[in-house]
Design a binder for this molecule. Structure first.
Ligand code: FAD
Ligand code: SF4
Length: 688
């Protein structure tokens, strides 16, 4: 239901504000949670790892110690057909409880509460034998699901019950029944995936009997003191999904069936509307939780793109929910709640919703971690212990690699001086924040500024370092984090005045013409195209001003208000689809945005020369056509054709006798991003 206008959210700005609502206890059934912060369910990949039990125990224990009110585990399947993939985690037998008891003990031992998520993937399972209410293949899967028989449906309900009983036996405080994001339960509820003509399909009443029966049976078997959370899909964001009235009815019926708490789910995995990416505004979907709340008597949890305690507190104060779920923010900072409660929210390492190290890792079958916190998921391996011998360290370059190495080294007890030739901290992050939808990187800059100050790192900004500048007696070792420079393109006419580099555009903010070709379709090329097409050439007030003084009549002023969009073409040498190498979970959304801005994307280009008439190249303008020689009559050619390490200093520093450690872009430019830069800095600093 997109017709209802969301209520504007009060944003509380004062740092003095106590987060009293967020930190107040919440009674759920017979259990009292110490605050209203839930760590939402996240599959970390450790669920299937050989050391998964001990690593998850350490992972969750740190979050429990960090003060979170309630933890929800990653999803485990109630039977083989419900797994995420062949080796996917399931809980079907008592002998699997050994995996879980250490997790429960670790959380309870640190004052936390933990519930277990039961997730049946249905037609999303990457399994040859995946099942669904009807045999309709999901757009994001290649396996056609088998239609469940009546007997199999009854058995699946009992499998949920068995799974819940096992979770209770392991000591979990409750279960979360995953009824959203387009998984099996959702597939029963929605018309688009349930075409059955028996008692489980047809009318809404029939379609919701599967989830209602599960909740009833789980409650029957678990007794009153066990938490049952139902994750309810409040917005399906797919055609023929549930209406708001249907969602509200299901919420009420789930409550009657015995649920203790409703959690909000937004958007099926196959939906083509971004729901958790950085470009999604904070708390963009909490209005729907707020709309549902008056229909229920049990508490309701809001979720999606909430990463900040001020926003979380505001949502509760505005009555949009009783509790706030944040998942990725607990990868970014295990101490989110304690920092909030202790009045130091500025120290929170904020999740920037990039998905680069969490969801993108899961899709690559790698352990989830976090771009801004490489310790996440690696609590047993990467630790920042106090240094036995404090050293004096010079870090050259205050990009993410250098800032990370500097603050962690200082936190460990070293004396650290951080140099940058620029007057500000942040390196290329200062360019990233200029891209529309990437403003969350400002939080990363804030976090580093606060950490560097907290741990007493001496800042020497505006100082270009060379071997002479560094006094060899002063430092025991040098960390070289000087980043990258643009790779130069060898092309006839590359010195033509039409040619700009991405640094000219983003850093020097040079004027760019109306028609533009961008050479290079990596992350930065795509970002440049986004930056150029999102810009409005003049302020929205100009037409009113001109009209007010009679300089233009209203018709002409109106025409001005719709300035002609910049015409941008993004080119790449490789014949691969443009965007293929962007992040799995967000790349599609970036490409979708560019297309909506009219950006042309052309792979397989051979660049010939640049002259007064523009960019000469050989390319196929349409898929399947033969490439031909053409001239793009553009005002500017912007080069974003990769980067090279900036590590010239290394040799002279070594010659001068310094012990040099090279990290981040200075070490390797290929495949560089903030994730590799930060993890490089952290791994080095942990060892120094
Ligand atoms: P840099 O950030 O380049 O920092 C190096 C620093 O060293 C600079 O501040 C420089 O001034 C300083 N320096 C160099 N030489 C000297 C010297 N001799 N003396 C003193 N100081 C010196 N990555 C992501 O993961 N996700 C994104 O969404 C993302 N978006 C981006 C968008 C844009 C537009 C750009 C340009 C980059 C983006 N990146 C993104 C990439 C990311 O910012 C870089 O990979 C990362 O900043 C590299 O970190 P670094 O510390 O190695 O180097
Ligand atoms: Fe958040 Fe990005 Fe970390 Fe994922 S990798 S938790 S999205 S900051």
């Amino acid at each position: 239901d997109k017709t209802q206008n969301p209520k504007p959210i009060t944003i509380i700005q004062s740092t003095k504000m106590a987060f009293e609502t967020l930190l107040s206890p919440l009674k759920v059934g017979s259990i009292t949670l110490k605050n209203r912060v839930m760590m939402g369910s996240m599959h970390t990949g450790l669920e299937e790892h050989p050391d998964g039990s001990s690593r998850l125990a350490a992972f969750y224990a740190e979050r429990a110690r960090g003060g979170v009110g309630l933890i929800v585990t990653g999803g485990f399947a109630p039977n083989a057909a419900g797994r995420v993939f062949e080796e996917g985690a399931e809980l079907v037998a008592e002998d699997q409880l050994d995996f879980h008891q250490p997790i429960v003990e670790a959380v309870n031992g640190n004052g936390g509460k933990i519930v277990w998520q039961i997730l049946h993937t249905g037609r999303y399972g990457l399994l040859e034998n995946c099942v669904a209410p009807s045999p309709i293949t999901a757009p994001i899967n290649f396996y056609r699901p088998k239609e469940l028989t009546h007997e199999e449906i009854l058995q699946t309900i009992e499998d949920f019950v068995r799974c819940s009983k096992l979770a209770q036996k392991a000591g979990y405080d409750g279960v979360e029944i995953m009824g959203s994001e387009g998984y099996l339960i959702n597939q029963f509820i929605a018309k688009c995936t349930n075409k059955r003509s028996d008692d489980w399909g047809g009318s809404y009443e029939n379609r919701i009997s599967f989830p209602l029966r599960i909740v009833e049976r789980v409650r029957e078997e678990s007794g009153e003191d066990f938490l049952i959370i139902f994750r309810l899909s409040c917005l399906d964001l797919v055609e023929d999904g549930s209406s708001f009235e249907e969602v509200a009815e299901l919420g009420q019926r789930v409550e009657e069936a015995g649920a203790s708490l409703i959690n909000t789910g937004i958007g099926w995995h196959e939906a083509r509307i971004p729901t958790i990416a950085m470009m999604v505004p904070r708390a963009a979907f909490s209005w729907i939780t707020g709309r549902l709340r008056p229909h229920l008597n049990i508490p309701i949890v809001t979720s999606n793109r909430i990463n900040d305690p001020y926003v979380a507190e505001s949502l509760l104060r505005d009555g949009l929910a009783d509790m706030v779920s944040m998942a990725r923010p607990f990868l970014a900072d295990e101490n989110f709640v304690n920092k909030t409660a202790e009045g130091r929210p500025e120290e929170i390492n904020t999740c920037i919703a990039c998905n680069q190290a969490c969801l993108d890792h899961i899709f690559k079958m790698e352990t989830a971690t976090c771009l801004v916190n490489p310790r996440a998921g690696h609590e047993t391996e990467l630790n920042y212990e106090t240094a036995s011998i404090p050293k004096s360290i010079a870090v050259i370059g205050a990009g993410p690699a250098g800032m990370t190495a500097a603050y962690i080294s200082a936190m460990r007890g070293h004396r650290v001086t951080l140099f940058d030739r620029r007057p500000e901290l942040g390196g290329q992050i200062n360019l990233a924040v200029k891209i529309p939808g990437k403003q969350e990187f400002f939080e990363t800059l804030r976090f580093y500024r606060v950490m560097l100050e907290k741990y007493g790192v001496e800042l020497k900004l505006g100082q270009t370092v060379d071997a002479e500048t560094l006094n060899s007696g002063t430092f025991d070792l040098v960390v070289l984090a000087t980043g990258v420079k643009p790779r130069e393109l060898e092309l006839d006419g590359i010195d033509h005045p039409k040619v700009l580099s991405y640094l000219d555009v983003l850093d020097k903010e040079r004027v760019v013409g109306q028609k533009v070709a961008v050479i290079g379709a990596g992350g930065i090329g795509i970002d440049v195209a986004h930056y150029l097409t999102a810009q409005t050439p003049f302020s929205g007030e100009v037409p009113e001003y001109l009209q007010g003084y009679g300089i233009l009549d209203s018709e002409k002023a109106l025409a001005l208000r719709k300035p002609k969009k910049r015409e941008v073409t993004v080119l790449q040498r490789s014949a691969d689809k443009i965007g293929k190498r962007l992040g799995k979970t967000t790349g599609w959304a970036h490409i979708q945005t560019l297309k909506s801005h009219g950006v042309q994307l052309l792979p397989g280009a051979t660049y010939l020369k640049i002259d007064d008439s523009g960019l000469h190249l050989r390319v196929a303008l349409k898929k399947g056509e033969e490439p031909k020689d053409i001239v793009f009559e553009v005002d500017n050619v912007i080069v974003a054709a990769g980067q090279e390490s900036r590590r010239e200093l290394e040799t002279s520093l070594r010659k001068a006798g310094f012990d040099v450690h090279v990290i981040g872009g200075a070490k390797a430019a290929l495949g560089l991003d903030a994730k590799t830069a930060i993890s490089d800095g952290a791994e080095l600093a942990a060892k120094l």
